[in-house]
Design a protein around this ligand. Structure first.
Ligand SMILES: Cc1cc2nc3c(=O)[nH]c(=O)nc-3n(C[C@H](O)[C@H](O)[C@H](O)COP(=O)(O)O)c2cc1C
Length: 275
């Protein structure tokens, strides 16, 4: 089949998923491209109409071994008419657990035909200089792997005569989805305590970059020290974007958990591609 427009649909608060999706798209190298960035809540409403001829890359980071809620919210609004989809999960070097199979199930339910899937590694959202977790990833090797994956997808697509004859890609599968207990503690802490990042008013220069970066619009536009704890998804976009280090986690109970996550992230993982 001819590859016309390659569309990237992604959720990416700290930018690693976006970069991997760009490299995969560059490898596919279709005639045209389109981008639907659903990171910001205000952009999530602008869902495109039914995809037909396109190849669509659906990309999201892994949160707690699953897909982040806003990404699910976005992807479940898409509709497709047997459109080939390339599934991409980006994780912080711990594990992607059920994120890829969850993405597969959503894609099929929305009318896509998942023809390829990949799990890639990005710097962990909670990585800091003091507690590095996959720092600097995706690195040059990761981006090359993503591009080569895209090229392999293109080869597969050009060899396809009819999507009816194509079996959907098989991805590692563990239904029902597991609920990784250790990581779920983070989610519970968020709901019950002050685990959201705080602004150190003495350092803050009021540049408002954190407000713009927050996918959930959780930071008060007038008083930047106020964060809506119900809305915050702990994605760290505000922490990573702050040029003076004024946004950070201060809740003491958070740090032992981060140390544990770091231990699980120590050994370098490599991208896994399924075609
Ligand atoms: C709330 C939360 C939960 C996460 N859970 C996992 C996880 O289960 N496994 C993992 O390896 N990385 C996990 N990560 C790390 C992200 O998947 C990783 O940093 C990813 O590259 C972030 O994508 P982005 O740069 O597009 O935002 C988590 C990050 C956050 C913010």
């Amino acid at each position: 089949m001819d590859v016309k427009t390659v569309t990237r649909v992604y959720f990416s608060p700290t930018g690693t998923t976006r970069r991997i999706a760009e490299s995969v798209a560059a490898g596919i190298a279709g005639d045209g491209e389109a981008v639907f960035d659903c990171t910001k809540r205000s952009w999530r409403g602008q869902v495109p109409g039914t995809f037909r001829d396109d190849v669509v890359i659906l990309a999201a980071p892994v949160y707690y071994g699953r897909l982040p809620e806003p990404a699910v919210d976005c992807f479940t609004r898409l509709t497709a008419d047997k459109t080939p989809a390339v599934l991409v999960a980006v994780y912080g070097n711990r594990a992607y657990d059920d994120a890829l199979i969850e993405l597969f199930d959503i894609a099929v339910a929305r009318g896509f035909v998942p023809i390829a899937a990949g799990a890639f590694i990005g710097e962990h959202s909670y990585s800091t200089e003091a507690l590095p977790m996959a720092p600097g990833r995706p690195d040059a090797e990761d981006l090359t792997a993503a591009r080569e994956f895209g090229t392999a997808v293109m080869k597969k697509l050009t060899a396809i005569r009819s999507l009816e004859a194509v079996n959907p890609v098989r991805v590692p599968c563990d239904r029902p989805y597991i609920e990784p207990e250790g990581l779920h503690r983070l989610r519970r802490m968020r709901q019950s305590s002050s685990v959201t990042p705080e602004t150190d008013a003495s350092l803050c220069t009021r540049c408002n970059k954190c407000i713009e970066a927050c996918p959930q619009d959780a930071i008060d536009r007038v008083d930047v020290t106020r964060t809506d704890k119900e809305e915050c998804i702990l994605c760290c976009a505000c922490v990573k974007v702050c040029p003076v280090g004024a946004r950070r986690f201060t809740e003491p109970a958070f740090f032992p958990l981060l140390k544990k996550i770091q231990e699980l992230c120590r050994e370098r993982k490599e991208p896994e591609c399924y075609l």
